[in-house]
Design a protein around this ligand. Structure first.
Ligand SMILES: Cc1ncc(COP(=O)(O)O)c(C=O)c1O
Length: 376
């Protein structure tokens, strides 16, 4: 298989970088930064975009700008990257871990509803792997929803783009993400006042039209550089074609692997059909598949295909949260996924149709080889 390297860049990134290098503003006040914020926010159907160092501080700023802190609770899925939870802890609030759904891998709205208390101030809707979580049901919970859309640049829920439905959306441009500047993040929102508060945090407590040395609120410096913005403008131009290509190849793989016993790829709800395919996720039922997830991972890795045997533990089983500072609701599905789920990174979907068929063929071959009757 010819699996492309990631990240992918070309002459467009180089040309925009040269323009920045030739200018006298390499920092956060080059026009490219504003241009990128405007273009990305519009792409996600949002009125505002505030760029920042990464997709961790954007989550922290969203919570801080919402006034969430000591004594508050925020509901978080037990399966995500650590930032979804640490953002809550770092503003002084309590993460409340709830289970995910068995095959969408998304936060289970019924489990979130059961975890609500008078102290609940928000729910973190992580759009895990690319498809948007069930926003219809999450928005009905009666508490603000923050979309952790780190995997979901261009993903949709019933035609609405990720980051445009909740109070705020948080995107990451870290190296593995479907568009990247190595590091970076952006917060999107349709709430002007929230966006202004977030901008003030990221830009030293300044006001939109305030003087340079006037600082009105407690802020810091989370600004990205013009070099990052230059790369991100070019990466956003590439994204629609990459999303289309990943979807075309993922569809082939989903179709070809549908009948493999004991293998279930991530269920994509019809509302979430347009999505990035950031992770091609699956679960292995060892009894039906004929080998464990770990054995499958070894076999697929031996074929030279990049694959990750899921997270090694739920968020609450990280040493950080084993020491306390959280509430844990029953999470049997999350626990099961730790043992039986895996993902392929999105670059396996950026090859040709032939590569997609070859990947399916390798998985089919591994699956049938372990169900062959013993020759002994
Ligand atoms: C779901 C999720 N949220 C937040 C983040 C944090 O983004 P960053 O690495 O840009 O801080 C990540 C990054 O991997 C992520 O996967």
């Amino acid at each position: 298989m010819d699996i492309p390297q990631w990240p992918i860049a070309g002459e467009r990134e180089a040309e925009l970088l040269r323009q920045v290098l030739a200018s006298d503003r390499w920092g956060g006040f080059h026009p490219f930064v504003t241009q990128f914020e405007r273009e990305f926010a519009a792409f996600q159907h949002c009125a505002h975009g505030v760029s920042a160092l990464n997709g961790t501080v954007t989550l922290e700023m969203a919570l801080e700008a919402m006034g969430i802190g000591q004594g508050d609770e925020v509901i978080v899925p037990a399966i995500s990257f650590i930032s979804t939870a640490t953002a809550v802890s770092r503003v002084g609030a309590l993460p409340v871990f709830v289970d995910i759904e068995p095959h969408t891998f998304q936060i289970d709205p019924a489990r979130a509803a059961a975890a609500l208390t008078p102290r609940t101030r928000a729910v973190m809707a992580v759009h895990f792997g690319g498809p948007v979580a069930d926003m219809d049901r999450l928005l009905q919970l009666g508490v603000p929803v923050i979309e952790d859309a780190a995997h979901s640049h261009g993903s949709e829920w019933s035609g609405k783009r990720a980051g445009s439905m909740g109070v705020a959306g948080s995107f990451s441009f870290q190296n593995s993400k479907v568009m990247t500047a190595g590091e970076g993040g952006i917060l999107t929102s349709n709430d002007s006042e929230l966006a202004d508060r977030v901008r003030a945090i990221a830009n030293q407590g300044r006001r939109k039209d305030g003087a340079w040395f006037n600082h009105y609120t407690l802020g810091t410096n989370y600004r990205i550089t013009a070099l990052q913005a230059a790369v991100l403008i070019a990466q956003l131009e590439r994204l629609p074609e990459h999303n289309r290509l990943r979807e075309a190849n993922a569809s082939i793989i989903r179709r070809e692997l549908e009948a493999v016993p004991g293998l279930t790829l991530q269920t994509i709800r019809p509302e979430a059909r347009i999505q990035t395919n950031y992770l091609l996720l699956g679960r292995i039922d060892a009894a039906k598949f004929g080998m464990s997830r770990d054995a499958f991972h070894r076999a697929i890795t031996a074929e030279g295909i990049p694959c990750t045997p899921f997270y090694p533990h739920t968020l609450y089983n990280n040493p950080l949260y084993r020491a306390g500072g959280c509430r844990v609701e029953p999470c049997p599905v999350s626990e099961a996924c730790i043992a039986d789920a895996f993902w392929f990174p999105h670059r396996v979907l950026l090859g040709s149709e032939t590569d997609a068929r070859e990947l399916s063929g390798i998985v089919q071959r591994i699956s049938s080889s372990c169900r062959q009757p013993s020759l002994a």
